[in-house]
Design a protein around this ligand. Structure first.
Ligand code: HAM
Length: 413
C-alpha cells in the first residue's frame, strides 16, 4: 500500500482537477460512499468465483460479528447507495466518485493493494447513446491530459441468457481439450470458464484463439445495441479494436464492455475498464434500472501524465517572507495573513525559528519560492518592504507596505 508523497500529489491534484472538469462537462455529479461495506454486497455483485471476491478481499468481522470488507471497487457501493436513497426512482443518474480501493493482489509496478479509482456510473439509460457518451468522456480525459498512447478495446457480452448459452459452449470446448489446459484454466473451467479467455499463458494462446467466440452467440438486441455503438464511435473518429476475448474480471457485466490500454505501462496496461450492468440494480433489490460505468486507475493514469507536471507545480506561485530583527517575526506573520486574505492563490511561507539573513535566504531558496519578501527593522520603521526575486538576477526593490498586493500581482502576472 503505497504512501503518496507531496511531490507526487502535485501531479495527482492536477490530474484530478482536469478529470473533474471533464466529468462536469458531461453533467456527472459526485457521490461519496463508504470505504467499508458488508462483505455480502461484493459477493453478490462482483461474484463469488471471481479472483477479486475469492482471493483478494480485505474482510474482517466487526464487534457484532458482521463480516465487512474494504471496498475492492466502487460500483457495488454506488448501486447499494442509489437503491437505499431512492436515486433510481423515476430518474436517471450520472454519478462519479474517487477514492482508495483495496485488493490483496501480488504487488508490482502499476498494481497495488491500495490503489485509487476515478469511477463513473450512469443509471436509467437503455440505449447505446450512454455507452458512447461514457467512452467519449474518457477519450476527452486522455486528451485533456495530453495522453496519446492509449487504445480502446471493446466487446459485447450480451444478455445473461445469451451469455449462459455461450458459457455452456465454452465449457464443452475446453472440456474436450482438458489435457491441454494449464492448472489455472482447469480451476476456472469449473468456477468461471469465461476467464480462461483472459489467460496470459502463451501455451494457452492457440487453444483460446480457436475457442467459440461470444459475438457468435449474441442475442439480436445485444447485437443491434453493439453495432449502433460501434458506428457512433466511428462517426466520432474514435478508433477501437474488437476483442472477443475481453470478458472483464467482474461478474455483473452485460452487453458492452470496454478497456483502455496503453503500451507505455508494461504488464499492467489497463488504465480504464468498464461496461454495462443492466441487471445489477434489480439483483440487489432495486427497480429494473440499467446501468453502465467505468473506472480509471489513478496510479496508472498519473504514470502516463509526464508533460504536465511542471505546469501543475507552477500553478501556485510561492512567496517566502524573510524576517530579521526586533518585532520582525510578528510583523511577517501579520503580513502573510494579509496576503492570504487578499489572494489565496499565493502559497506563502513565513520564516520560522529565527536565523540571520543568510540562513533565511538559504531556506527561501530551498523552499522553491520565486519571490522573497524582506521584513527587517529598517523596513518596519519606514513602513516599507523589500522584494527580492529568487529565480532571476533582477534587482531587489523596496516599496511601500500598502503597495504590496499590487506589486505581487504585477510580479506574478
Ligand atoms: P476493474 O477493471 O477491476 O473495474 O478496475 C478498473 C481499473 O482500476 C483498472 O483498469 C486499473 O486501472 C485499476 N486497478 C484495478 N486494480 C488495481 C490494482 N491492484 N492496482 C492499481 N490499479 C488497479 C472495476 O473496478 C469496475 N468497478 C469498473 C466499472 C465501473 N465498471 C462499471 N462501472
Amino acid at each position: 500500500m503505497p504512501t503518496l508523497l507531496p511531490e507526487e500529489l502535485v501531479k495527482w491534484q492536477f490530474v484530478e482537477s482536469q478529470v473533474k472538469q471533464v466529468m462536469g462537462a458531461y453533467a456527472f455529479r459526485e457521490i461519496r460512499t463508504p470505504i467499508v461495506e458488508r462483505t455480502e454486497l461484493f459477493q453478490r455483485t462482483i461474484g463469488e468465483s471471481t479472483d477479486v471476491v475469492s482471493k483478494e478481499m480485505y474482510s474482517f468481522t466487526d464487534r457484532k460479528d458482521q463480516s465487512l470488507t474494504l471496498r475492492p471497487e466502487a460500483t457495488a457501493g454506488v448501486v447499494r447507495a442509489g437503491i437505499e436513497h431512492g436515486l433510481f426512482y423515476n430518474q436517471t443518474q450520472k454519478l462519479w466518485s474517487m477514492g482508495p480501493m483495496y485488493r490483496y493482489e501480488r504487488p508490482q509496478k502499476g498494481r497495488y493493494r491500495q490503489f485509487h479509482q476515478i469511477n463513473m456510473e450512469a443509471f436509467g439509460y437503455q440505449g447505446p447513446d450512454i455507452d458512447l457518451e461514457i467512452i467519449l468522456m474518457t477519450a476527452r480525459i486522455w486528451k485533456a491530459l495530453g495522453i496519446n498512447s492509449i487504445q480502446l478495446e471493446i466487446n459485447s457480452l450480451g444478455t445473461p441468457a445469451s451469455r449462459q448459452v455461450y458459457r455452456d459452449a465454452l465449457v464443452g470446448y475446453f472440456s474436450d481439450q482438458k489435457d491441454s489446459l494449464d492448472e489455472d484454466s482447469v480451476t476456472r473451467l469449473k468456477t468461471n470458464p469465461m476467464r480462461i479467455l483472459d489467460s496470459k499463458n502463451p501455451d494457452m494462446k492457440g487453444l483460446i484463439l480457436n475457442a467459440p467466440k461470444i459475438t457468435d452467440f449474441l442475442d439480436d438486441e445485444s447485437k443491434q445495441h453493439f453495432s449502433i455503438l460501434l458506428k457512433a464511435l466511428e462517426s466520432h473518429g474514435i478508433d477501437y479494436k474488437l476483442n472477443s476475448n475481453l470478458v472483464r474480471g467482474l461478474d455483473y457485466y452485460t452487453k458492452t464492455v470496454f478497456e483502455w490500454t496503453s503500451d507505455q505501462l508494461g504488464s499492467q496496461a489497463t488504465v480504464c475498464g468498464g461496461g454495462r450492468y443492466d441487471g445489477l440494480v434489480e439483483q440487489l433489490g432495486g427497480k429494473d434500472v440499467c446501468g453502465i460505468g467505468c473506472a480509471i486507475g489513478m496510479e496508472r493514469l498519473t504514470e502516463l501524465v509526464e508533460v504536465s507536471v511542471e505546469k501543475a507545480e507552477n500553478s501556485q506561485p510561492k512567496i517566502y517572507i524573510v524576517a530579521v530583527g526586533e518585532g520582525a517575526e510578528i510583523h511577517a506573520s501579520i503580513m502573510a495573513e494579509t496576503i492570504r486574505d487578499e489572494n489565496q492563490n499565493y502559497a506563502v511561507e513565513v520564516n520560522m525559528d529565527g536565523g540571520n539573513f543568510k540562513q533565511q535566504f538559504r531556506r527561501a531558496d530551498k523552499s522553491g519560492a520565486e519571490l522573497a519578501i524582506i521584513v527587517g527593522e529598517q523596513e518596519i520603521e519606514q513602513g516599507t518592504i523589500s522584494l527580492k526575486p529568487l529565480k532571476s538576477d533582477d534587482e531587489q526593490t523596496t516599496v511601500k507596505q500598502e503597495e504590496l498586493i499590487g506589486q505581487l500581482d504585477e510580479f506574478f502576472g
